[in-house]
Structure formats: structure tokens, C-alpha cells
Design a protein around this ligand. Structure first.
Ligand code: HEM
Length: 758
């Protein structure tokens, strides 16, 4: 075997994709391939598949009833606790949505990512593989018209309704991803931010690195150390959905647990009241499973044996399920009636004193001190009654004064608790579904402010002649084409494809907080918005067609690009699709929109120095390009184009490598890749640079990392060189105009065909 051909990777050497490879050798390289997450090639439905059309064909009512019937139909290979799969399904749905984080909109229920690594194998997601497999017959029955992402969210919602909670409706529309998310950063693997290799081994479970590989949670390390939750992540560390149920680092301290719960749920856009409603509401149902020590349990789905067919965490004890189930390690139920919506969770939390005990698996949990406290029936053994259980994170709601106040109100007013939980659940399930134009199905519930609503169009839209006329009139205003471009970019570029928030629709660029963001250069933005408001009033007065500010801002930007292209000798028409409307301040949650503020904006050469960074600006710029779903050529063309169009937020000359700012040309690329220039950092930190003429020693241009990365990174440089070449400008202009239009259309789910074409 030693002499076998290593090329095949069959005998010695690794398989295709295994380490060592580029990311192993150069872990800090800019991973431009991060722009190609979940590529269309991985999707077996093909590019023309229309989920909305397929979903419209299914009988939603019958589906709801099928899920309800399934909840009451136990199967032998994974029997339900208490004869009801509701709690198990509810936890699966919550964990699917619970990865959401408002800072970058990633995570969440939107694409069914719970099916893939790493999330399918996180210790915290133990046995959700069984929950999904139990639903497989329903998925097969409804086929492609019902995505896994929708079914996962639906099952927990039907479960709540079936167990007695009035729900707010349910919207479909989550389109499945078909490949693992290999890019999202989920936080450090061990406690306290140290890599697993630097952490001590757990006496029972071995070295942290092995544990992570097995999908197990490592609980070694100094339990009382203080650590900061890494901003902006929404879990205290990788492989947890939120926080450790046993308290931070398993320290059993309810006040510490309260601090972590507050912080992590806030990062998921939930306030204290919503948080408490969700946890107290969720834990009215079901039980925790800790019948067997974790060391007995097999590997997570990603490393399970072939014969396990994608299921993980095999349990060799007894039947391996039912009364032997081992999921988290804590054992027991919170209430005497775990399949019924009632207020017993809070009643018992407050009525009794609780003391720390250990589960059969060795986990830290709490039991009532009063021997007369109610008991809860065993989930499988007839006639057996067990003590109630609380987790450290549950006790947190009693000891933290702010949570306690809310809990007392919920305790006294069950109807209010019910309504708050129901609404918070609806938000949890739909938070990352995007504008309601993406929502599908017959019963979507009321509109809430977290949906970032925009009004319906209630007037005739502008036609081609009026579009042409408005373009001319915009260019005649007392603001420059550069200013018009800046306003359009400020409006549209807030979009993020992760949770489909932001974008030009709604014209929220004219509202707080966006209007005042430094990156938007508020003084210049005000001038443009005032000028466009005047133009809008003139136009609307004539009627019957009206133009919204949202449309006009984008339209004026198109006019600005066309004028800039013309100055460069390119006769282009930038496509424009009307139909946007203007939101008002009451439709806008300022705090929630503040999360869309860029801390680094490579397109406008902006770095907010007030934010401490552990990664370079170009990595954050790449991240933003990914959130705008740009390809590498689109990202490169837009950045180079916006530089020559003088779009730096502060009007600085950094990266404006042209003698004719405001003209669309490939000058940026020609200068960037020119071998006549030397690139000299202004300081050792390499944040600012002078581009010096090698022949004369004179500084020709100034630049930042956000400019020079397009010459330094191997892949981006290839694109820059193409654009700089003799025939490159036409590729550049084409890509720039296409990418510009694409960004303007990113939030236009209401104009589905045009959006897809863009
Ligand atoms: C079960 C922790 C929030 C719903 C569990 C289990 C743990 C846990 C450790 C036991 C898992 C097992 O061994 O089977 C936490 C923590 C939370 C939290 C630390 C946040 C502080 C929530 C929320 C919901 C929820 C927000 C839903 C709204 C449930 C349900 C179960 C459960 C229904 C029972 C599952 C079953 O019976 O199989 N939770 N949870 N939890 N959780 Fe949570």
C-alpha cells in the first residue's frame, strides 16, 4: 500500500477536500469563496423551481391536520413521551429558529439549516435528528411544495396549538438550503474563548478536541472564570443554541445564568418579557432527558456510522429511547401535566423552594425541597411518579429582580402570559422570513412592527415616459449626480440576504436612525432628500400616477449612474422597476434598524473606529458582500466603480485613483495593478497607504486596506487585472451596472420575476 498512487486518495493521502489544504495552511487568508454559500448547483430542484407556486398547490389545512394526527401516533423506533410528540417537536422548532442573531441576521429557521453540519451535530441539538426523521413521512407526502425549513417551524407551532396555546397563524415561505453552511462563525468551541487545544481535558469525557469532534459539549475548565459573550454572537459558545442550562460553564449560579439569558436573547432581538414568555412558555411542556451518562452516547450525526443513516447519538442502554433517552443530561419535567398549556411552571417555580441535585447522567439540576410538592407522571412507565425539575436557567427567573417582576405578572395574569408567549413564538418562527411579500399560506396572522412593514401601493405607478422624465428632472436638481448615487446606495445597501431585512423599499433612509448614520454623510443626504421631496411633490400634484420617495431615490441613483457612464463614453440604461412605497416612523423599530448600520463599509471606505475589531476591515467588507449576495466580480466592480464615482462617505480621496472623479471608468483598476507604483504603508499597522510613482518618487494616490485588498488577494487581483486590461472596461461597466441594479432589487420580493432577472 505504501507505493500506491497518492492521486486517487484511496490508500494513502487524504480524500478530496480533506486537510491539509489551503485553509489549513493559511487560516487567515481572505476566503473569497465565502461568497458562494449554498450554490445553485447544490439544489436538486433546479434554478427555475418556484417554491411559492409549489407551496400554493398544497392543502394547508390538510397538512396542519396531518401534523396534528402525527403528534398523537407514536412509533416503536422512537416512542413519544406521554404519548405526544408535541414537546419534542416544539424544541426542534425552537432550536431551528434559535440560532438567529440580529447583528448579522444569520442563523434562524429560514433555510432549514438544522439538517446540516455543524448545527445538526451540536450537542444542544441532541435527538432533533429523531424529531426530523419522525416527520419524514409527512415531508414525503407533500414533496417539494413543503420545504423542510417550513415543516420544521410548522411542527412546533401545530404542537403548541394542539397542546392548548392559541397561536397567531403561520406563514410558509422558507426555502431550503441544500448544503452545509461552511462559513458562518458560531463562536469559540470551548469555554472562555480559548481554543479546545489549550483547554484541560474533562476527566470523564476526554480531551475537548475529541469531544467537539463527537458533537459533545465540553464542560471542563475553570467554572468560576468570568467571560464575555462574544459580540455579536447569540450563543455563549459554539454548539449551544443559547446558554448552558446548568449556568455559565455549568456553575449552577442562577444570577449568572440570568445575565447570559438576557444577553443572548437580546442578540436575538427579544426583550426581557418576550424572553421570559418564551422560556417559561416552552418549559410548560415536555421533559429533559438524562437517563444515561454522556460517555455512553455515540457520535453526533456527522460522524455516525454508515448503518445509522444520518442519525447520531446512539444510545446502547436498554431500548436506547423512551425511559432510557439521553439528550441533554438533565432529567425530569417542569410540570405535572407536560402536554397541556397551563401556568404550572410559574406556579411551582414560585410556590416551592428548590435545591440543587444531580440527574442520573450527572447533570446539575434543581428539585423542590418540599416532599409534598406535586409529582409528575413518568413519560413511559405507567403508575410511576417523579419529582418536578427546574434547570439553573429556570431558577434564574425567580432570582433576577427584573425577570422576577415579569414572572409575577405572568403568574397573576395567565391570559396576558398566554398572549405574550403566543406573539413571541410567532416572532421567533418568522423573524428571518423577510418582508411579508415572501410570506405564503392562507393564515399568516396580524402584522407586527418586527416585520419592518411597508404600505401597499395605492396609486398608479410611473410609466416608461414618466421614468425618463423624472431621470432628467433629477439630474437638473441642485445636487450632483454623485450625490444622487450616494443617496440610492445608502438606501439600498442596508439589505442583508441572511434575514432579508433592509433595502431601499420603505425609504427608511429618510427616517431615524438611518438618516443620521455617519456613513450616510447626513448633511449630503439631507440635501438630496430635500431636493427629491420637492420633485416628488411637483410630480404627484399632477397625478394620477405618483412616485414614492423610495422609488424616486433609486430612480435618481440610476440617472446618476447613467450620467456618470455617459461621461466615460458608455451609453448605458440602468434598469428600474417601480413599486416601492414609503414607510413611516411608526412602522419602524429604530432599535432594530440600528443593527443594520454598517461598522465597516468597503463600498464607501468607511471604518467605524469606535468599534473594537478582532478581524481586519477587508474581512468585514467581504462579509457585507456576502450579505448582499454578490459574486466576487460584482463585489470588485461595485467597489472600484463607487471609488471613481467619488462615493467615499467623507469625500476623502482614499482609493479615488482617477483624475476624473464622478466619471464611470476602470481607472481604479488600472492604477491599482500598475507596476509603475509602489505601495507604502503610512504606519506599521498597514491601515493607510501612499501609492508612490516609482520613477519620480511622488505620491500619486492614497489608499486604505479596503482599496488595496483588490490588488493583494490572488482571486480579486485576477478580476482587477481583467478590468484594467485593454478590453476590460466593458466587462467592468457591464458588471457594475448589473450589480448596481441587483442591489437596488434585492428587497423587491414583491416584484419576483424582475428580482430574479436582476
Ligand atoms: C427542553 C434548555 C428555552 C422549549 C429543554 C431541555 C433543555 C432546555 C436542556 C432538555 C432537552 C432534553 O434533554 O430533551 C433550555 C434553555 C433555554 C430554553 C437553557 C433558554 C434559557 C426554550 C424555549 C423554548 C423551549 C425558548 C420554546 C419556546 C423546550 C421544550 C422542551 C425543552 C418544549 C421539551 C422537549 C421534550 O420534551 O423533548 N430545554 N431551553 N426551551 N425546551 Fe428548552
Amino acid at each position: 500500500t505504501q507505493g500506491a498512487c497518492p492521486f486517487r486518495g484511496t490508500r494513502i493521502g487524504g480524500a478530496q477536500g480533506s486537510e491539509p489544504n489551503v485553509n489549513h495552511w493559511w487560516p487567515n487568508r481572505l476566503k473569497v469563496e465565502a461568497l458562494y454559500q449554498d450554490p445553485p448547483q447544490s439544489n436538486p430542484l433546479g434554478r427555475d423551481f418556484d417554491y411559492a407556486a409549489a407551496n400554493a398547490k398544497i392543502d394547508h389545512k390538510a397538512l396542519w391536520e396531518d401534523v396534528r394526527a402525527f403528534l398523537h401516533t407514536p412509533v416503536d423506533w422512537w416512542p413519544s413521551d406521554y404519548g405526544h410528540y408535541g414537546p419534542q417537536m416544539n424544541r426542534m422548532s425552537w432550536h431551528s429558529a434559535g440560532t438567529y442573531r440580529i447583528a448579522d441576521g444569520r442563523g434562524g429557521a429560514g433555510q432549514g439549516m438544522q439538517r446540516f453540519a455543524p448545527i445538526n451535530s451540536w450537542w444542544d441539538n441532541g435527538n432533533t435528528d429523531k424529531s426530523r426523521r419522525l416527520l419524514a413521512p409527512i415531508k414525503a407526502k407533500y414533496g417539494a411544495g413543503l420545504s423542510w425549513a417550513d415543516l420544521i417551524a410548522l411542527a412546533g407551532t401545530v404542537a403548541l396549538e394542539d397542546m392548548g396555546l392559541p397561536v397567531q397563524g403561520f406563514a410558509y415561505g422558507r426555502e431550503d438550503a441544500w448544503s452545509a453552511d461552511v462559513n458562518t462563525y458560531w463562536g469559540p468551541e470551548g469555554w472562555f474563548g480559548k481554543p479546545p487545544s489549550e483547554q484541560p481535558a474533562d476527566p470523564q469525557l476526554g480531551h475537548p478536541e475529541q469531544m467537539v469532534n463527537r458533537g459533545l459539549r465540553w464542560e471542563g475548565g475553570p467554572k468560576d472564570d468570568h467571560y464575555d459573550l462574544e459580540n455579536p454572537l447569540a450563543a455563549s459558545h459554539q454548539s449551544l443554541i443559547y446558554v448552558d442550562p446548568e449556568g455559565p460553564g455549568g456553575n449552577g449560579d442562577p444570577m449568572d445564568a440570568a445575565r447570559d439569558i438576557r444577553e443572548t436573547f437580546a442578540r436575538m432581538a427579544m426583550n426581557d418579557e418576550e424572553t421570559l414568555a418564551l422560556v417559561a412558555g416552552g418549559h410548560a411542556f415536555g421533559k429533559s432527558h438524562g437517563a444515561v451518562p454522556a460517555s455512553e452516547i455515540g457520535g453526533a450525526p456527522e460522524i455516525a456510522k454508515m448503518s445509522e443513516q444520518g442519525l447520531g447519538w446512539s444510545n446502547p442502554v436498554g431500548s436506547g429511547n423512551a425511559e432510557h433517552t439521553m439528550t441533554n443530561g438533565i432529567e425530569g419535567s417542569w410540570t405535572p401535566n407536560p402536554t397541556q398549556w397551563d401556568n404550572d411552571y410559574l406556579t411551582n417555580l414560585f410556590k416551592f423552594e428548590w435545591e440543587q441535585t444531580k440527574s442520573p447522567a450527572g447533570a446539575l439540576q434543581w428539585t423542590p425541597t418540599d416532599p409534598d410538592a406535586p409529582k409528575t407522571p413518568d413519560a413511559h412507565l405507567p403508575g410511576v411518579m417523579n419529582p418536578l425539575m427546574m434547570m439553573t436557567t429556570d431558577i434564574a427567573f425567580k432570582v433576577d429582580p427584573a425577570y422576577r417582576k415579569i414572572a409575577e405578572r405572568f403568574l397573576e395574569d395567565f391570559d396576558y402570559f398566554t398572549e405574550t408567549f403566543s406573539k413571541a413564538w410567532h416572532k421567533l418562527m418568522h423573524r428571518d422570513l423577510g418582508p411579508t411579500s415572501r410570506w405564503l399560506g392562507p393564515d399568516q396572522g396580524d402584522t407586527f412592527i418586527w416585520q419592518d412593514p411597508v404600505p401597499e401601493v395605492d396609486h398608479p405607478l410611473i410609466n416608461e415616459t414618466q421614468i425618463a422624465d423624472l431621470k432628467t428632472r433629477a439630474l437638473d436638481l441642485d445636487v450632483s449626480a454623485t450625490d444622487l448615487i450616494a443617496a440610492a446606495w445608502a438606501a439600498a445597501s442596508t439589505y442583508r440576504d441572511s434575514d432579508k431585512r433592509g433595502g431601499a423599499n420603505g425609504a427608511r433612509v429618510q427616517l431615524a436612525p438611518q438618516r443620521g448614520w455617519t456613513v450616510n454623510n447626513p448633511a449630503r443626504l439631507d440635501r438630496v432628500l430635500n431636493a427629491l421631496t420637492g420633485l416628488k411633490s411637483d410630480f404627484d400634484a399632477k397625478g394620477p400616477a405618483k412616485v414614492s420617495m423610495a422609488d424616486l431615490i433609486v430612480l435618481a441613483g440610476c440617472a446618476g449612474i447613467e450620467a456618470a457612464a455617459k461621461a466615460g463614453g458608455h451609453d448605458v440604461t440602468v434598469p428600474f422597476v417601480p413599486g416601492r412605497t414609503d414607510a413611516t416612523a411608526d412602522m419602524t423599530d429604530d432599535e432594530s434598524f440600528e443593527w443594520l448600520r454598517p461598522v465597516v463599509d468597503g463600498f464607501r471606505n468607511y471604518v467605524d473606529d469606535a468599534v473594537g475589531y478582532s478581524v481586519s476591515p477587508e474581512q468585514i467588507a467581504l462579509d457585507k458582500a456576502a450579505l448582499l449576495s454578490l459574486s466576487a466580480p460584482e463585489w470588485t466592480a461595485l467597489t472600484g466603480g463607487l471609488r471613481v464615482l467619488d462615493q467615499n462617505w467623507d469625500g476623502s480621496d482614499k482609493g479615488v485613483f482617477t483624475d476624473r472623479p464622478g466619471t464611470l471608468s476602470a481607472d481604479f483598476f488600472r492604477e491599482l495593478v500598475s507596476t509603475d507604483l509602489d505601495w507604502q504603508p503610512e504606519t506599521d499597522a498597514e491601515t493607510a497607504f501612499d501609492l508612490v510613482d516609482r520613477a519620480t518618487g511622488q505620491t500619486r494616490w492614497h489608499a486604505t486596506r479596503l482599496d488595496l485588498v483588490f490588488g493583494a488577494n490572488a482571486e480579486l487581483r485576477q478580476i482587477s487585472e481583467l478590468y484594467a486590461g485593454v478590453d476590460g472596461e466593458r466587462y467592468f461597466v457591464d458588471t457594475f451596472v448589473r450589480a448596481w441594479h441587483k442591489v437596488m432589487m434585492l428587497d423587491r420580493f414583491d416584484a419576483k420575476a424582475e428580482r430574479k432577472a436582476a
